[in-house]
Design a protein around this ligand. Structure first.
Ligand SMILES: NC(=O)c1ccc[n+]([C@@H]2O[C@H](COP(=O)([O-])OP(=O)(O)OC[C@H]3O[C@@H](n4cnc5c(N)ncnc54)[C@H](O)[C@@H]3O)[C@@H](O)[C@H]2O)c1
Length: 392
């Protein structure tokens, strides 16, 4: 099966590419280095330096014998995306054998704080995230209408409603009649809003053109180890721990190692659904194996367990203490506009039914992350830990 990964240089994209290539998929990846450039521009470099994408695939081929094709470019530029669909970007020829059977769409601006920084970054987030999705839909219609889109969404589209969160759809009853519609959305940042909008766009085109889509509403991911990255730091994924690109548990781990108090935003009662990076790879592969049907907009909630921010801070503190670190927790003013104490009960049975075997957040997982980050303690830039972007 030919799989195109849009955003294949990113935190999730690069491990996904290696994982699928090892499993025998014919993998091609596309990226424009937006993430690397933004980290450099904002002085929020990842913990480890990463080889460029050409070097990464060469190293992967050396250790695995598997080839991954690469094209560097911006998928909001439609002619470039078309050249990737036709195969021209990879081989110079229009070759039907290179038309993808599935596309994994990671290539969006993924940070809430980045999207709330200023006009320029808001405008970029909207343009990048919506035009990338629109271009993808058009390329599929033009080249291979039966191609399955797997788009990474976020649990953040739902917000924190005072009712149970369903997987994508809700049945409502009004005036004695029933109707199933998309679950109401209440995103908490402009970035999350773009995930509502690209989802709505995909839903529209499923109904209108009959395309096949799975939207994976993912919670915050943590971790840096997958089977393919574990023993070779040249194959490591990017790992951010800063206020803009770092997800909360990854941030806490680095804060614990470098003796910075864990920055809990506000009361710390915010509950979210989390997952290990290994489970992102599993979920994406399970989804690839069981595509949506023609015209189906399938939504799966992608996380394995829920925690409050305080729970996470406490777990990192306990793990740090086991390893001899003096970890302090400090509640700071919340830069975001969000509920800090709320009901939260999202369903997440769809991926389990497809076969997901969850890697839960055990003490061993935390200890291993802390042990790894310790080796790079001297590279940590503590100036980028405190949140600097406010929502209002
Ligand atoms: N990491 C998480 O915890 C998390 C949680 C929920 C959802 N997601 C979603 O998963 C996806 C991947 O997240 P990630 O953490 O790997 O982010 P990332 O920034 O590391 O990866 C995205 C990649 O896409 C590339 N890209 C962005 N715009 C592009 C464009 N126009 N053309 C070509 N390449 C482009 C970037 O350079 C980057 O390498 C994103 O859509 C994100 O919103 C991530």
């Amino acid at each position: 099966m030919r799989v195109l990964i849009l955003g294949g240089d990113g935190y999730l994209g690069w491990p996904t590419a290696m994982h699928l290539s090892k499993k025998g998929y014919d993998v091609a990846i596309i990226d424009n280095y937006f993430r690397r450039n933004a980290c450099r521009e904002l002085n929020r470099e990842p913990l480890l330096p990463a080889l460029n994408l050409h070097e990464r695939v060469a190293e992967w081929q050396r250790v695995s014998g598997k080839k991954i094709e690469v094209a560097i470019g911006d998928i909001t530029h439609y002619p470039f995306l078309k050249s990737c669909f036709s195969g021209v970007a990879f081989t110079g020829n229009n070759d039907k054998a290179k038309y993808p059977d599935a596309v994994i769409h990671y290539a969006e601006q993924p940070s809430g704080p980045y999207s709330m920084m200023d006009y320029e970054k808001s405008s970029f987030t909207i343009t990048n995230n919506l035009m990338s999705t629109l271009n993808l839909i058009h390329a599929i219609k033009e080249y291979k209408p039966e191609c399955h889109i797997i788009k990474l969404g976020t649990m953040g589209v739902y917000g924190t409603p005072n009712i149970d969160i369903e997987e994508g759809y809700i049945e409502i009853e009004k005036g004695g009649r029933k109707h199933t519609c998309l679950f109401p959305k209440s995103p908490g940042s402009l970035y999350h809003l773009t995930k509502v909008q690209d989802g709505d766009m995909l839903y529209f085109y499923c109904k209108t053109w009959g395309i096949k889509v799975t939207d994976l509403n993912q919670g915050p991911v943590y971790g840096m180890f997958t089977d393919e990255t574990q023993n070779n730091e040249n194959l490591a994924t990017i790992f951010n721990y800063d206020d803009i690109f770092g997800t909360v548990l990854n941030r806490f781990i680095v804060q614990a190692v470098c003796g910075y108090p864990l920055t809990v935003y506000g009361k710390g009662g915010q509950v979210r659904g989390y997952l290990n990076i290994k489970d992102t790879l599993q979920c994406v592969e399970l989804t690839l194996r069981t595509p949506a049907s023609e015209g189906e907009y399938r939504v799966l909630n992608q996380f394995t367990e829920t925690f409050t921010v305080n729970d996470l801070a406490k777990k990192v503190q306990d793990s740090g203490r086991r390893l001899g670190l003096d970890v302090k927790i400090k509640a700071i003013a919340n830069p975001r506009v969000e509920a800090e104490d709320h009901y939260y009960n999202p369903k997440h049975t769809g991926l389990m039914e497809l076969g997901l075997q969850a890697n839960l957040l055990s003490g061993d997982v935390l200890d291993e992350m802390i042990g790894f980050v310790k080796k790079y303690k001297s590279s940590v830039n503590t100036n980028c830990i405190k949140p600097q972007v406010k929502w209002n």
